[in-house]
Ligand binder design. Structure first.
Ligand SMILES: [Fe+2]
Length: 239
């Protein structure tokens, strides 16, 4: 069973599901692949694009109805994936973009070429006003290829780290080497799907889990694909 902290199933908000049918297919695939809890994390860019909160809440409700009709034992949580800007904390405070399940946890992303100083600044700025940042797909940021920086952001800045399941399943040799090092350092908390559709960017936490189990062990696979995320969601309200 998997707990997915990063998923773009809410339709008509971003580059994830485009139609209600897309959303239903994504939920079907995630559930039949073993997901037991999923956080909806459409993109939000504070201060640059207005987050369509009403539309989001409406479409999120439709997702819940779909799961209830199909009698899925699947809990859905609200959230978003915040492209970090200086306006992020203010918009969170004002409730214009959602935290994860109404908690202090927030999923944050950057551009791949963001300087390391930018990541530290975001961790400090959000942390200083009470938010707990989770950095999305840390494998994408050039600056974090230096594992000493991953260690620093993890230990000194207390950032929670997330890697995409597809990176485990299909990542290249050098990415895999980097990832093994990050895992051995104990600096990875979460693996999530970052699913956008049911084809090119589909839910693959089941395949990821199998690879982790083979390459490391079952305990680590369960911790990264389920238990750590479950601990976070125990502090959150389902939608
Ligand atoms: Fe994402």
């Amino acid at each position: 069973m998997f707990v997915d902290m990063h998923h773009h199933f809410v339709y008509g908000i971003d580059d994830g599901a485009q139609t209600i049918e897309d959303m239903q297919q994504m939920l079907d695939l995630a559930y039949t692949s073993g997901a037991e809890r999923i956080v909806a994390t459409p993109h939000a860019t504070p201060g640059r694009h207005v987050f369509q909160m009403e539309r989001y809440l409406d479409h999120f409700e439709k997702a819940k109805v779909w799961c209830a009709e199909r009698e899925y034992d699947l809990k859905l949580y609200k959230g978003c994936e915040i492209f970090y800007t200086e306006d992020a904390a203010r918009l969170l405070d004002e409730g214009l973009i959602p935290t994860i399940g109404g908690s202090r946890y927030v999923l944050v992303e950057f551009s791949p070429d963001a300087p390391y100083a930018r990541l530290k600044q975001a961790a400090r700025a959000l942390g200083s006003v009470g938010y707990q940042p989770i950095f999305a797909h840390i494998e994408r940021y050039d600056c974090l290829r230096k594992t000493a920086y991953v260690e620093e952001i993890y230990r000194d800045y207390q950032v929670i780290t997330q890697v995409n399941a597809s990176t485990i399943v299909r990542g290249g040799f050098f990415t895999w080497q980097w990832l093994r090092k990050v895992i051995r350092l104990g600096c990875l908390d979460l693996i999530s799907s970052d699913a956008h559709n049911v084809s090119t960017r589909r839910f693959c936490m089941d395949q990821c889990y199998e690879r982790l189990k083979r390459s490391f062990d079952m305990e680590l696979a369960q911790r990264l694909c389920r238990n750590n995320a479950m601990t976070i969601l125990d502090e959150c309200e389902p939608g």
